[in-house]
Design a binder for this molecule. Structure first.
Ligand SMILES: [Zn+2]
Ligand SMILES: [Zn+2]
Length: 400
């Protein structure tokens, strides 16, 4: 589930592992001999918690909302055609593509995501880095290389809190090591000469602990008040900015909020990772139909035409098959078992064809519903003088 910033995630992993390895090599043996073997064991236990929660945060689906298929998107645009027409005629643009729902008596707006082409549920937001809408979007964390959302927030919280403990623990162990060696050598400078790496490890821990502890405290506050970082930054439930607004997702009890945030049931992923990718749908458009679409002025009519063509595709293919079958029978009456491939361009030599790739793999991170290629033969181009790239059509359909 890592994104483009996987190098930052690898850096995080490297720094944590490096610090722990330095602790194991230079501090743990001395502490085992002179203090207790329990210290290295406790350090290893904390390290395992940190690494496992980090990997879980990185490789868990944060709650990506799958995008609709091309056909669903076109049908949705067609349904929205009327309201778009009203808007184009001087209506209020804010009235379109915004729904208002009631959550525990609190009105909340559902905004339409023009990238994912869907209404975002409450608390969901679009991550520009992952290019997906994410449920209960908290923030995109480059250090873990993933969005933090509904399904991996608790692991992220475990990661930063356990990292704060590990940081403090290793720093304290390095300080104890230096203190004991100073006692033996009777001089701090001699202790540094004897074990310089302990000083380096201690300094790394002291420098980093402030930000980690601060982050842990901030997220503990968010958990207790049942807010996301995104909501806190925007002041969505800030009673000082918006006195009439109440957080409908808060139980009103800090302990209950933390309990539900960390121990509540984990919702299932909406992505179908084992889903089979469906083949592209070929939509055949003859010259007459393409000219009719080209002549259409309104976006609604164009989208509607495309939808009708898409739905009638099977009928057209059947008709083409029937025609070709009858021709084949007249020419080669003996070869009845070999049937032409459906959608073969040779069936319609005078027609252009439009290919609508419809990626049905529900992995929202890779789904692109914008690539449509129009192939036309020279004959047609000279006749119509234009083509209909779907990118342009979509821009027109979804333009503000
Ligand atoms: Zn989106
Ligand atoms: Zn993201």
């Amino acid at each position: 589930m890592t994104t483009k910033q996987s190098s930052v995630f690898l850096l995080t992993l490297f720094l944590i592992v490096l610090t722990f390895v330095l602790f194991c090599v230079f501090d743990a043996p001395y502490l085992t001999r002179n203090v207790s073997v329990a210290l290295p064991i406790a350090g290893a236990f904390l390290f395992l918690i940190v690494i496992s929660s980090l990997l879980k945060t990185t490789f868990t689906d944060p709650g990506i909302i799958p995008r609709p298929t091309n056909r669903e998107a076109i049908e949705f645009d067609r349904q929205c055609g009327d309201s778009m027409d009203q808007r184009n005629q001087g209506g209020n643009a804010n009235n379109t593509r915004v729904k208002v729902v009631n959550v525990k008596g609190q009105s909340m707006k559902l905004k339409f995501c023009y990238t994912c082409r869907l209404y975002r549920p409450p608390r969901a937001s679009h991550c520009s880095i992952c290019d997906n809408c994410v449920l209960n979007f908290d923030h995109h964390c480059p250090w873990v290389g993933n969005c933090v959302g509904q399904r991996n927030y608790r692991y992220f919280y475990f990661f930063i809190t356990s990292l704060a403990f590990l940081d403090f623990f290793i720093g304290a162990c390095a300080a104890v090591h230096l203190a004991l060696v100073t006692n033996e050598k009777n001089a701090f400078i001699d202790a540094i000469r004897h074990t310089p790496v302990s000083l380096v490890v201690g300094l790394i821990c002291i420098i980093s602990i402030w930000s980690i502890v601060g982050l842990s405290g901030f997220h503990t506050y968010l958990l207790a008040t049942s807010q996301t970082t995104n909501e806190d930054i925007k002041g969505t439930f800030n009673t000082k900015l918006r006195p009439t607004v109440k957080n409908p997702f808060s139980t009103g009890n800090f302990c209950k909020n933390i309990y539900y945030g960390l121990c509540g049931s984990e919702p299932p992923s909406l992505l179908d990772r084992r889903g089979v990718i469906q083949p592209d749908v070929l939509v055949n458009i003859d010259v007459e139909t393409l000219q009719r679409i080209s002549a259409a002025n309104s976006v609604r009519n164009t989208a509607s035409e495309l939808m009708e063509i898409s739905l009638q595709d099977d009928t057209r293919k059947s008709a083409a098959n029937t025609r070709l079958n009858s021709q084949t029978r007249t020419e080669t009456t003996e070869d009845e078992t070999e049937e032409p491939e459906v959608g073969d361009t040779e069936c319609m030599p005078r027609h252009s064809f439009m290919t609508l790739p419809t990626p049905h793999c529900n992995n929202g991170s890779t789904q692109t519903a914008k690539e449509v290629y129009v192939k036309e033969n020279d004959d047609l181009e000279s006749k119509t003088g234009n083509s209909i790239p779907m990118q342009n059509l979509e821009r027109r359909v979804s333009s503000d």
